[in-house]
Design a protein around this ligand. Sequence first.
Ligand code: NAP
Length: 286
Amino acid sequence: MVITGTTKVLGIIGSPVAHSLSPQMQNTTFAALGVDYIYVPFHVLPEDLATAVAGLRTLSVVGFNVTIPHKTAIVSLLDDLSPEADLIGAVNTVKCEERRLVGFNTDGSGFLRSLSEDLACEPQGISVLLIGAGGAARSALVALAGAGAAAITVVNRTMEKGAVLVNRFQPFFPATFIKSTGLNAFEQPAFMGGFDLLVNTTSVGMNMTSFPKFNPSSMKPSAVVYDMVYAPLETPLMLAARQQGLRTANGLGMLAAQGDEAFFIWTGRKPEQGVMRKFLLTQYAK
Ligand code: NAP
């Protein structure tokens, strides 16, 4: 890659940021397309967020991704938000348009695309079991309800956080019945029987961890299971579901779809089909 006086700059801000695969993933895509962009990591501490964002605005970078811990704090520093980012209250992608900073949230759309591509699952009219009530759960809930899910049951370790999610979003989606409960729901054998889709949005599954009472044996044979965790590529939850004959997918497709979408937001171009997913697979299938 040759950097010239006309090379356009993109990046990611976060703390930590060194672990991010986005620089390699995006730069691999730029190389495949032969476009004159470069994507770099910026380590930004929470107390420096406002000055860092002002600097990026002044430098007229094309855009940047936003990761932990800045996704919520950056909202008030931007000029405009996409409808999804506004509703969710968090931003993971920023586009700089003539010094105006516009925030997007691609978690939900990346999730829906992966759900469709990897499991042929469309949310219209289905009943969903959503595990978790953090940032990823908010995005998934908004995406699923927005795509016409009939019912969403949020299961979370801290029950109050699940209830907050229900109260926050139910008014926006009157056609979706949204409720919440605690992890002890897994202790009732019949609980799992009514769902068409199970989504894990928690970090449980990383390091091969699992939910103590999770048992998918009473799930419908047609139900599908999506785990947003992608390292390992098959979590204990996915393994248990596969052993019941259920179709499963990990979060790698979601990660790649978000990379694709950010690239499109910044450049107006669609990246080569599958190039980001292929890169991620080379990293995680080790
Ligand atoms: P977050 O806001 O910190 O939320 C974490 C959630 O996990 C909370 O609901 C928390 O429950 C739950 N949790 C954590 N440890 C738990 C445990 N030991 N037992 C039960 N529940 C536990 O994090 P996030 O941003 O939503 O991210 C969550 C996961 O999704 C991460 O693993 C992240 O890598 C993944 N993710 C993947 C993608 C992708 O593209 N594939 C995108 C976004 C996120 P409490 O409320 O009780 O604390």
